[in-house]
Design a protein around this ligand. Structure first.
Ligand code: ZN
Length: 251
């Protein structure tokens, strides 16, 4: 089975469209949450996610933007985006977001893999560094977890005698590229496809990944998208300008 992994789209329609166009053939689409928040196309992106998502878990922004949770833990700019998104979301999209499950999610027929937004034990936990990731890896059952939330493409692994972060290696920041990462048996993995709509790993290109159960490998992708258009929409919506400028920096 070939599983397309999308995460942290954050209402960036141009980035989502580019990823779907670039995506290789696949059988299932898994969406790891944070469909809305930050970007200026929450209705369009929610609609597209409803059409193409076979398995979806909710993110913290989906909860806040649909009124399920407060904005307590959000910084002022993120909070403004939540308020704006709440006013603009159509009722049917808001209800759909509100009913998304927290995860971990599973796919029938795909043994040994789970799908979460934050970490296996806490949907809101950030797994940014190896020490905290190791705690999750030590306890994780099944041994292969796909997660998002940090907007950093790559992940972590822990084998019998070594543990490390995974960071895809690319030649440029300019063109569309991919990076194949072969998985091994008896190793535990936390795999992050990266953020479609607001990368924070210094690379502005939209990120996603494909998990192929037959070849037991993950292919990471970075793809160019119409950045100027996404920025223009943010400015025209009167959202904080920083939400537009950060897209160009990948921060
Ligand atoms: Zn996010």
């Amino acid at each position: 089975m070939r599983i397309l992994l999308l995460s942290d789209i954050h209402a960036n329609l141009e980035a989502l469209d580019a990823c779907l166009e670039e995506a290789p053939e696949h059988d299932v689409v898994v969406n790891l949450g944070d469909i809305v928040g930050y970007g200026a196309s929450p209705n369009e992106v929610t609609e597209r996610s409803r059409q193409v998502g076979n398995v979806v878990v909710r993110g913290n922004h989906d909860k806040a933007c649909s009124g399920l949770s407060s904005m307590e833990d959000f910084n002022p700019i993120a909070g403004l985006a939540v308020l704006w998104t709440r006013t603009i979301l159509r009722r049917d999209n808001l209800n759909w977001l509100r009913e998304l499950p927290p995860g971990p999610a599973h796919i029938p027929g795909v043994e040994g893999a789970q799908f979460v937004h934050g970490s296996p034990h806490d949907e809101d936990e950030y797994l940014l560094l190896l020490p905290e990731a190791l705690e999750s890896l030590d306890e994780a059952e099944p041994s292969l977890t796909f997660f998002g939330h940090t907007h950093v493409q790559g992940g972590f692994y822990a084998g019998p005698d070594e543990a490390a972060a995974i960071r895809p290696i690319y030649d440029s920041h300019g063109t569309s590229e991919k990076y194949v990462f072969k998985l091994r048996k008896n190793v535990r993995y936390l795999i992050n496809p990266g953020s479609v709509g607001q990368p924070r790993d210094g690379d502005w290109r939209a990120a996603f990944a494909l998990f192929d159960t037959r070849t037991f490998s993950v292919t990471y992708y970075r793809t160019q998208y119409d950045l100027a258009k996404a920025q223009q929409r943010i400015i025209e919506a009167d959202l904080p300008e920083r939400l537009a400028t950060r897209l160009a920096q990948g921060r």
